[in-house]
Design a protein around this ligand. Structure first.
Ligand SMILES: *Cc1c(COP(=O)(O)O)cnc(C)c1O
Length: 433
């Protein structure tokens, strides 16, 4: 499979190049040159396949022969070693729980897949890769954990001292191994500026490559298509509507890639919080990005979704094509909290605020379209990760999952640095030059 850039159709690169570069020149995004094809045997066996088996068969279409079959099979087994269960919440409405990974958020799937692909390419060439990542909390822990113990790759996380929650700090600073946490005396923007300066100024003298684990990397997107097949497998039905709580629209782009490969899903719904750029686009036909507003489902506070460009490409820059496959609705924080409370009291199911937006979306679609087919929403984070919101909206304290408990009991290890590029430069030089 070759990958083209959304901003230069003539530019085509291999999977390895697309993963290593992340962003195409001119800030384009890499897209597969064609939709993958799955044989009749795959579709005939889908309902009996395990998650790693699905990952292997689907992923192979994207990776081609750039990673040998045996290595790729092993990679999929490692990446997909936790379940993604489909849980019935009420009649005809199911939650696909994507939060059973090591950091309890769906970004685990993408981060782990990308980490192991990059690890494979680095180790084969005996290269050292250093990932620099600035984080305001969640993305950093999924990325760090994804790369934990991946040979040939080190991760250096920069986070703002005193500006992340206790759980988040523990998730960033208790990994050990090839993960280093730098606690910066500054705010998130300072961390990001330090990383950018390092990318433009640091001379690696050819001894290693310095790279980012940006969320638009195609290797974070591809594995996000796997669990749509797995949802259909668990539902055992080729009729369904799937709703994705969306921020940067990477998750739903994974769903559309699955659809285009032949997965039978009747319709998709993208549910957003007050950041309603895409719902507005579908109403007006005009894409008008705006500044993000803060909400209780803060991982979706995005006013200019980075993957819109990929969807726009898939739907041939036509909002009617887009709307024929994806409906999109926006919900307020009030509606979200009310849903969380109601679902807990009526069905005994605890939603996190992102999943609640997803459930609002699927119910609205099913009600307005009376389609009679089952609806699935993606539950993207464990409710314990949004403790304050859940306690306030629902009035109960969700149990901490084992993975979070484990890291809370460990000791924090970080290196404190000032908001000064010289300090970051010194650490990189001492370690790698
Ligand atoms: C990142 C994230 C989302 C949004 O996913 P996109 O791919 O950016 O649309 C939703 N929920 C949670 C918990 C997230 O971390």
């Amino acid at each position: 499979m070759r990958y083209f850039s959304t901003r230069d159709k003539g530019l085509k690169v291999s999977f390895e190049q697309a993963v290593k570069q992340g962003l195409a020149p001119n800030r384009g995004l890499f897209m597969p040159e064609e939709y993958i094809k799955l044989d009749t045997e795959f579709w005939a066996n889908l309902f009996d396949m395990s998650l790693p088996e699905i990952g292997y068969h689907v992923g192979k279409g994207y990776v081609g022969d750039e990673i040998p079959d045996e290595d790729f099979k092993k990679l999929c087994n490692e990446v997909l070693n936790f379940d993604i269960p489909l849980v019935r919440v009420k009649d005809q409405v199911y939650s696909l729980e994507l939060f059973h990974g090591p950091t309890c958020a769906f970004k685990d799937v993408g981060a782990r897949f990308m980490a192991r692909c990059l690890g494979y390419f680095s180790s084969r060439k005996n290269e050292k890769t250093v990932i620099l990542v600035a984080t305001s909390g969640d993305t950093g822990s999924a990325v760090a954990n994804g790369f934990l113990n991946v040979p040939g790759v080190d991760v250096i996380i920069l986070y703002p001292s005193g500006k992340v929650s206790e759980i988040q700090e523990k998730q960033l600073t208790t990994n050990g191994g090839n993960i280093t946490a730098l606690e910066v005396n500054g705010v998130f923007d300072d961390c990001q500026a330090l990383v950018k300066t390092a990318f433009s100024k640091f001379d690696t003298k050819g001894k290693f490559s310095l790279t980012s684990a940006n969320s638009i990397n195609i290797a974070r997107l591809i594995p996000q298509s796997f669990y749509y097949y797995y949802a259909v497998k668990q539902l055992k039905s080729f009729e369904s509507v799937i709703c994705v709580p969306s921020g940067n629209f990477g998750n739903i782009t994974g769903g559309i890639l699955a659809l285009k490969s032949g997965l039978k899903v009747n319709h998709f719904v993208a549910a957003t919080n007050a950041n309603d750029t895409v719902p507005q686009y579908l109403q007006t036909g005009v894409y008008k990005p705006k500044p993000s507003v803060q909400t209780i489902s803060n991982a979706m506070d995005v006013g200019d979704p980075s993957n819109f460009e990929r969807l726009d490409e898939i739907f041939s820059h036509n909002s009617k094509n887009f709307a024929s496959v994806i409906s999109s609705y926006s919900f307020s924080d009030e509606e979200t909290k009310k849903k969380m409370k109601m679902v807990y009291s009526e069905y005994g199911y605890t939603l996190d605020p992102h999943g609640a937006v997803g459930m609002l979306g699927i119910e609205k679609y099913l009600k307005e379209n009376a389609s009679g087919c089952p609806g699935v929403f993606l539950e993207t984070a464990h409710p314990a990760k949004f403790l304050d919101v859940v306690e306030q909206a629902v009035g109960v304290t969700p149990d901490l999952p084992e993975n979070l408990k484990k890291c809370l009991g460990k000791e924090k290890v970080s290196i404190k640095i000032e908001n000064d590029y010289k300090e970051l430069e010194k650490i990189l030089s001492e370690r790698y030059l």
